[in-house]
Design a protein around this ligand. Structure first.
Ligand SMILES: Cc1cc2nc3c(=O)[nH]c(=O)nc-3n(C[C@H](O)[C@H](O)[C@H](O)COP(=O)(O)OP(=O)(O)OC[C@H]3O[C@@H](n4cnc5c(N)ncnc54)[C@H](O)[C@@H]3O)c2cc1C
Length: 300
């Protein structure tokens, strides 16, 4: 039976990371007319540049791109309309209105907010200036530039340790600058322990990225003593946590930390944009599926 063309955007999904892709695909399989909006043109979100995704409950090795592309292709097959545009505003009146970056309006009946999170910046002198000239947020894309050189990784969570492990395969030494003890999962820490070319600078934070034409190192401050030291390095990889992408939501729909706080049954959050999110790719996909079910129920 032909589908009504009146409202191609019955369920709008904001974000083409794993949560959004899983949500869009599932909502379409439930028979909904689904439009997915992705702002970066790179599907897979935070995992788009990850070579090997850990912790998937299926055998085999998958990159973030493998997963995203297969979900995207499958979503398209079941009728999801994909629009490469950023949503700049969500208004929740009697009807929902999304405004994209070209000023187009969309009026879905339900919205799945899966806009995820972005890596937090260090916010120190030199960081912006040297982005692309020594400061990077992707070990698998840029690690090769620092083969047999020393690199600094700032942070001690899963993403920092994951990327340090990638860099340790190529760099001479990986220097991890950590404010507090490692909070990464035990398996990552064990793998890091087994590397001989990783050293730690504890209780410390990066206060400046130094260099002239390109990065020559970082200045770090010991957060206990206040003492500052310089570390020579050719590359700096900051992984000091993430911030939810929710600037397009009304203030009343954001918590203090910037995560989604929706009590409107038509607006459902999934994945890294939620404060309670568990942090794993498989959880993002599962939340996407649950959000699709909730959107389907809200429309029924
Ligand atoms: C370096 C690194 C390595 C990791 N490795 C692993 C791993 O091995 N295993 C694992 O389980 N987890 C891993 N993770 C965690 C995992 O990547 C995330 O938990 C998961 O990808 C979150 O998915 P998401 O879809 O909720 O959000 P995201 O991945 O953040 O995707 C959100 C998407 O929404 C888009 N977007 C944002 N705002 C808008 C807007 N206004 N309009 C339209 N689109 C928008 C973004 O461009 C992005 O594509 C890693 C994370 C990092 C940073």
């Amino acid at each position: 039976m032909a589908r009504p063309l009146k409202n191609l955007c019955q369920v709008a999904v904001i974000g083409g990371g794993l949560a959004g892709l899983a949500a869009a695909r599932h909502a379409a399989r439930l028979g909904r007319l689904v439009t997915l909006f992705e702002s970066s043109g790179m599907y897979g979100g935070q995992l788009a540049t990850v070579d090997h995704v850990d912790g998937l409950p299926v055998p085999g090795a998958f990159s973030g791109q493998d997963l995203a592309i297969s979900l995207l292709e499958d979503a398209r097959k079941v009728g999801v309309q994909v629009i490469e545009a950023q949503i700049d505003k969500l208004e929740a009146g009697t009807r929902l209105t999304l405004t994209d970056w070209e000023g187009n309006f969309h009026h879905p009946e339900a919205v799945i907010v899966a806009s995820g999170a972005s890596l937090r910046k260090l916010g120190v002198p030199g960081e912006e200036q040297f982005t692309g000239r020594g400061v990077s947020r992707c070990a698998s894309c840029d690690g090769g530039f620092y083969r047999a050189m020393d690199v600094v990784v700032a942070g001690g969570g899963d993403a920092a340790v994951h990327e340090a492990l990638v860099l340790a395969r190529m760099s001479r030494e990986v220097i991890m600058v950590c404010r507090s003890p490692l909070s990464a999962q035990r398996e990552y820490i064990n793998r890091l322990d087994a590397r001989e070319n990783v050293r730690f600078v504890w209780d410390s934070e990066v206060v400046e990225v130094t260099g002239e034409m390109k990065v020559s190192g970082v200045r770090v401050r010991n957060v206990r003593t206040g003492a500052e030291t310089e570390i020579a390095a050719a590359g700096v990889f900051p992984f000091i946590g993430v911030e939810p992408n929710t600037a397009f939501l009304p203030a009343a729909m954001r918590t203090e930390s910037g995560h989604v706080a929706s009590t409107d049954p038509r607006i459902i959050a999934a994945g890294a944009v939620r404060a309670e999110y568990g942090g794993k790719a498989v959880q993002a996909m599962a939340e996407g599926v649950s959000a699709a079910e909730a959107a389907h129920r809200a429309l029924s």
